[in-house]
Structure formats: structure tokens, C-alpha cells
Design a protein around this ligand. Sequence first.
Ligand code: COA
Length: 188
Amino acid sequence: METKNTLLKRNLSEENYPQFLDWMQDVSVTGFLYSAKRMSKFKTVAEVKDFLEEEKDEIFWEIYDRRREELIGYTSLCSLNKDERSVEFSVFIFNKKYWGKGYGKEVGYKMVDYVFKELRLDEIRLETCDLHKNAILLYEKLGFKKTKLIPKDRIVFVSGEWIKAGSLQMVLKKEVIVVQDTVCCDGN
Ligand SMILES: CC(C)(COP(=O)(O)OP(=O)(O)OC[C@H]1O[C@@H](n2cnc3c(N)ncnc32)[C@H](O)[C@@H]1OP(=O)(O)O)[C@@H](O)C(=O)NCCC(=O)NCCS
């Protein structure tokens, strides 16, 4: 799969695990994540491998910058719920020099399109940190709505210290996208 500026390559190559290890250890990159503290203590590629293999049904795409052919992170889908026709989405732009340049949004739109049009599911779920303003802004741009806050659910690294934070659950329903498409087309 590809977007204007990215190439999404299916599966994670083990030769990139040392790069993932470097990023995961860096709390300025992963500080808001649920597993931030655990990741910050990773010492070996084997720990990264174990971590990435924990969700048995998780499917990954490496994210590359198309122009520089540089690895910048990964995106994934997991926890398929066949009854609810829903799946959980994650995106990690780990390479900090690409932050705030629209890469997360491009990848997000592509994954939303893939889930609704290719997989023909009805709902996408995700969970983020309630203090992670940039992530919440991104997900709201994609159309996700906040559904539930679980207070004091994770330990995150903010402003130089480990603190307790909430986990925010968000959901995007297919019908919302269909309505947006219709409004967009009518407007044209
Ligand atoms: C959070 C994250 C996914 C955002 O991706 P990104 O590529 O930096 O975000 P984008 O540039 O696509 O921004 C999308 C929107 O979110 C907001 N936003 C996100 N990051 C921003 C930043 N650093 N500066 C300004 N706006 C930002 C803006 O509203 C932006 O929309 P706009 O450009 O139309 O104004 C990315 O920073 C990241 O992966 N960080 C590390 C790992 C992580 O925390 N992942 C999220 C797990 S829940």
C-alpha cells in the first residue's frame, strides 16, 4: 500500500528490530504509550521480538518515507472482533524528524480506507493516552470519537517524569465515513 509520501510494506522485517529497539528505548518517542516504561527497559532485540509477537492476530505494515526510502515507524491492526465487525488500529511514527508533517494522517486515512473498503469491517477502535494531545488531534481529524476514559490506567513519561495517566478509547464507525463522503460529493 502507499500514500502520497509513504510506502506501507506488509510485515516487520527482523533486520529492522535494532532500529525499533533504539526508538522504543527512547522515552521522548514512546513516553505516552501504554508499555512506555517496559519499552524503556528493553535491552535486546529478542525483547522487541517478544513484545511485537504478543498479540497473536496483529498484522503490521512498516512505514517508509517514499522519497528517502527511510523507515519511519509502523502501523498495525489487531484484535479483530468478528461479531462487532471491528478491529483495533495503531500507528507509530517513531522517527521524530517526521512528526507534525502529515505522515500519521496520511497513514491513518489509508488504514481507515483499507479497513472499511478492503476488509469490509464496520468499526475501528483505538486506545491512546489522554495526555497525548497530538495523537488525539490526529485521531479526531480521521473522524474518531472519544468513547471511554479509563483513569490512571498507565504510567507515562511527561515533562521529565513518570506519572499516572488515563487511557482514552476512541471509535470510528463506517457510517460516519459514508456520511462524510456523501456530504463531500454533494458539496462538489
Ligand atoms: C502521534 C503521532 C502518530 C502523530 O503523527 P504525526 O505524523 O506526527 O501527525 P500528523 O503530522 O499527521 O498530524 C495530524 C494532525 O494531528 C495534529 N498533530 C499531530 N502531531 C502534531 C505535531 N507534532 N505538531 C502539530 N500538529 C500535530 C495536527 O492537528 C495535525 O493535523 P493538521 O496537520 O491538519 O493540522 C506521531 O507523533 C507518533 O507516532 N508519535 C510516537 C508514537 C505514538 O505516540 N503513537 C501514537 C500512539 S496512540
